[in-house]
Each structure stands twice: as C-alpha cells, then as structure tokens.
Design a protein around this ligand. Structure first.
Ligand code: BGC
Length: 533
C-alpha cells in the first residue's frame, strides 16, 4: 500500500478522457482504447495520478456512449475487451489508477433488458423500467420534463404504456427501486472491479430513483429557453430520499475491493453533493465544476465554490473546470478571445485546490472550445437547444496531437467531429518543444502538487483579498503555502505581509516588490512557500 493507503484518491488528480475524441488508432474517425494505450505515457508525463474514462461500452451512440446496450462489452468503435485489459495493465504499470463510467439509471431502448420489458407487464423484466398508463385523455402520466427537452414520457406501442426518460426518447429509465435491477447493475460494477479498475464515475447517481407515485413536480416559476425542465422543481423525478439506500449498496460493493474510488455525478446544488458524499456509507466524492454556475469567474464566485464545500467536514470534494458536458473552462470563463494566461490560471487552481481534481483532456494544452457549425453538430442536446446552452460538442472535438498533420494527428480517416480551428497550433507536439507552453506549466504545477503534501491533502484557509484577487493558504505539518490568483484580465497589486520572505514555487506574471507588496499581471498567480519555507 502507498503512503496514502486505500484513500489514494484524496488529493489525487485524474485526467478525464473522452474516448471517442482522444486518439484514433485504426483510422475509422473514432477515438478508441488502443489509441488511449498508445498515449498513456503522455498522460503519465503530465503528473496526474490516474484517468477517468467516459463510456466505451456497446451502445447505440445516440448520446455518444451513455446509451448502452451492454455495459459489460466494449463497443466496436472503441475496440475489444482485450484492448481494455491491455490499456488497464499498461496504465497500472505506469502507476496510473483507472476509473470508468457506470450508468445505473437508464439504458438504450435497444438494450435486451428493455426489449424484454416492453413485451408485457408480466414479462420477468416487465417491471425493470418506469412504465405507466396514459391519463384518461391519452396524455403522459404526469408533468415531468426531460433534461434534453420535451415530456419525460415516450409512448410504447407494444406495452401500450408510457415509459419514462430523463434524456432522449431512446434512453428509457430503469426502475431502480426493483431489487432485481439493483442486482443487475451492481453485477456490472462487479464485472469491472474484477477486471481490476480502481473505481467508478457514477452517472447522474442522484437521479436513479423517481417517485413511485409519479407525483407532479411543483413549478419553479422559471422560464429557460435552453432547458424547459427548469420550469419545475425536480422534486419527484430525482434526488429521492430512498435513493440513498441504493448508494449505500454501491458503496458496500466498492468496499469489497479496497482502494476503489466512487465519484458521483450529482446534479443540483453543492448541498446535494455534500449529502451524497457524507460519511463512510456514501460516495467517496462527487464533482463540481468551478466557475460554472455564475459564468464569469470572479474572485468571489471561485471562493464561494471552494468555500461552501470546504466547510463540510465529513465529505471530500472533487473539482474540475471542464468536462464533456460543459463548455471548456477557458471559453466559458474568458469568452472566445481568452488566451493561455487564463488557461494556466485555471490549471493552477486545480493543482492547488483542496480536493480531488479532474483535468479534462486538452485543458493541459489550454484548448478553447472547438467551433462546430450546426450541420456538423452530433450531440442531440446541442442540436435541440442550438444556439443556446449545452453546446457540448465544442468540448468534445478531437485532441490535437500534431500541429502539421492532417486532422492534427487525431485520425488518418475522417474525424467524427471537426478539429477545432484554433487547435493545431496548440497541438501536443508543438507544446512539447516550448519550455513556456501551457503544457509545460501544467506539468510543473502537477509535479508541485505531487511533491507538496500541503497542496495535496493539507488544510485550506482563505486569505482576505478584495476583487479581483482571490487566495488561500494550504498547510500540512508546519509547511504553509499561499496561492494567490488575479481573477481578471487587468494587472492587480497585492499587499500581504504573508509574502515577506516567501519562496516562489510557481507563478505567472508575478513581480514581488518590497514589504509584502507585489503585482500580478492579467490572470497572474503565485504559489509561494511562507515563512521559513
Ligand atoms: C452524461 C452526459 C449524458 C447524460 C445522459 C450525463 O451524466 O455526463 O454526457 O448526456 O448523462 O446520458
């Protein structure tokens, strides 16, 4: 066992791979598992502790991997189970942990379970999905709205009933209260744990159970063009109190495999994430995207994100700035013209935050969102809400590996999504040669996090600064490290006694002066050891 023992994930950083867009080894235009295996050395060189793989399972790919037909099989686009085993073995040889996505609340409508379930209510799998009769006027059983727009109910001719969905009509919701369903999905988990994975990212885990009485959601009074579901409080179609017992069963399974990490995708406010991760019977953590809720990152917003969770004593946070479901942090926080300084500040924040941190593929290069014209959009939610909210394809465009190669070296065929226009000059091969690239600074920052227990698992206390500055101190075993960020595109002065005699560990556009005065350039930051250092 390592120094941190089974709790290796406390303070660890994981690199999120969106497999379809990472590296294509066979020229079919889709990223695949052998492509990942070939690039694992690169990932290890960043200094992260492991990877989280978004789905690569057999599925219909209407929602690009989350709509599965067999979660114990690898989709031919992504390779084979043998490819997975090879990838896992190599990752472990490199000292990288591997966690995989698990989807326990819905399947594709082509899944054999659903094909059985739709035959008849008294089929052995008749109760495996959420089915309900039409109302007397033929309309849907209640007012629930799908997160991807439209009613949360789809009529099935064969059952002559409605089935429920949180997402696409082809993604029916499992009846998770049914013990047979729980057993079946936990069996999928066991399958991957037996293969040797180090844990799971649990997809929308708080939405697994919906109200058995199918009560109408109360109205929120909010109108959102991009997300009609926001017109309701999601009281009955998710986050049901009874769902926590299911979470406990998942935790019991994970505990049979010491060192397994359970990280939830939990929708809702931070309080719900804290609830889902409180104490030893729930998830180890859940992730929160920094600077997402309030759009522009102000010092106050970032502090609020970190602070609200840091106060929860018996729960461990996970933070990210980008993932496959949101605009990349750089574009979201800085707009179309944002430059590498902001990208590096966001990485610095991840490298110093208290929690487990997630670095999304391409954020180490400072990629902005790729622009995808409407005709080339793949994501059904992006198409439906175009041009508002949920433009998820922009964060899913392929990784640029070689600046001068066709399709930036991602594929020798036709990529499933276009390469971002601004991406080739930011490709890995080019940044490898530049000592001052975003990649170089990412490596330095993550090496620092690894070397400094104060940054990895130390305590955090906030420093008092006014906008646009934001800062905190991390400390462990007498070592104190101050991390100060200028959250603005204009230079800012810093005045803090803490800086007197401090040793710089990493910085961007930081000019120390005398008597604790210093200045930070646009999006500048400094990470300094305090006192005797
Ligand atoms: C995934 C999304 C997906 C949704 C529905 C989410 O949790 O992160 O990418 O579209 O589930 O499948």
């Amino acid at each position: 066992m390592t120094a941190s023992g089974n709790a290796w994930w406390r303070g660890a950083s994981l690199y999120q791979i969106y497999p379809l867009s990472f590296a294509d080894s066979n020229g079919d235009g889709w990223g695949d598992l052998p492509g990942i295996t070939q690039r694992l050395d690169y990932i290890a060189s960043i200094g992260v502790d492991g990877i989280w793989l978004s789905p690569f399972y057999a599925g219909t790919y209407a929602d690009f991997g989350y709509d599965t037909t067999d979660q114990k099989a690898v989709d031919p686009r992504c390779g084979t189970l043998a490819d997975f085993d090879e990838m896992l073995a190599k990752a472990h040889r490199l000292g990288l942990k591997v966690i995989v996505d698990q989807v326990y609340s819905y399947t594709s409508s082509r899944h054999p379970w659903f094909q059985d379930s739709r035959k008849a209510a008294d089929d052995p799998k008749g109760d495996w999905y959420v089915w309900a009769d039409a109302r007397a006027d033929g309309s849907a059983p209640n007012n629930w709205i799908s997160i991807f727009g439209g009613p949360a109910w789809e009529w099935d001719r064969s059952r002559r009933q409605y089935y429920m969905t949180h997402f696409l009509p082809g993604m029916p919701h499992l009846h998770v209260q049914n013990p047979q369903v729980q057993e079946a999905v936990l069996d999928i988990g066991r399958f991957w744990l037996d293969r040797g994975v180090d844990g799971f990212r649990l997809d929308v885990i708080n939405l697994c159970m919906v109200d058995e009485q199918l009560r109408n959601n109360p109205l929120s009074g909010e109108q959102s063009v991009a997300m009609p579901a926001h017109a309701q409080h999601w009281l009955y179609d998710g986050t049901r109190p009874e769902n926590l017992a299911f979470v406990q069963s998942i935790r019991r399974l994970a505990d049979e495999y010491p060192g397994s990490f359970l990280m939830g995708e939990v929708t809702g406010p931070i309080e719900t994430l804290v609830e889902y991760t409180a104490g030893p019977e729930r998830l180890h953590s859940a992730y929160w995207v920094l600077g997402l809720v309030d759009g522009t990152p102000t010092a106050a917003n970032l502090r609020a994100d970190l602070e609200s969770w840091n106060q929860a004593a018996n729960s461990w946070p996970t933070f990210s700035v980008s993932n496959h479901d949101v605009e990349r942090g750089l574009t979201r926080c800085g707009g179309a013209d944002a430059g590498p300084e902001l990208a590096r500040l966001l990485v610095a924040l991840l490298a110093t935050a208290r929690g487990t941190t997630l670095l999304y593929q391409g954020d180490e290069l400072g990629l902005p969102d790729g622009e995808v014209p409407y005709e080339k959009l793949r994501d059904p939610a992006s198409r439906r809400f175009y041009p508002d909210y949920l433009q998820r394809d922009g964060a899913r465009t392929p990784m640029p590996w070689q600046a001068d190669a066709k399709h930036a070296g991602f594929t020798t065929g036709e990529p499933w999504l276009p390469i971002g226009r601004a991406h080739p000059p930011l490709a890995v091969d080019r940044q490898e040669k530049q000592h001052d690239s975003t990649l170089a600074s990412t490596r330095k920052l993550f090496a620092l996090r690894r070397a400094e227990p104060a940054l990895r698992t130390g305590d955090l206390s906030f420093m008092d600064f006014a906008e646009p500055l934001f800062g905190f101190e991390r400390s462990a075993a007498g070592r104190r490290i101050a991390c100060i960020f200028n959250v603005s595109a204009a230079p800012a002065g810093v005045d803090s006694e803490a800086l007197i005699g401090a040793t710089v560990l990493a910085s961007q556009d930081y000019r120390p002066g005398t008597a604790g005065r210093a200045s930070l350039g646009p999006w500048g930051y400094c990470i300094v050891a305090l006192g005797a250092g």
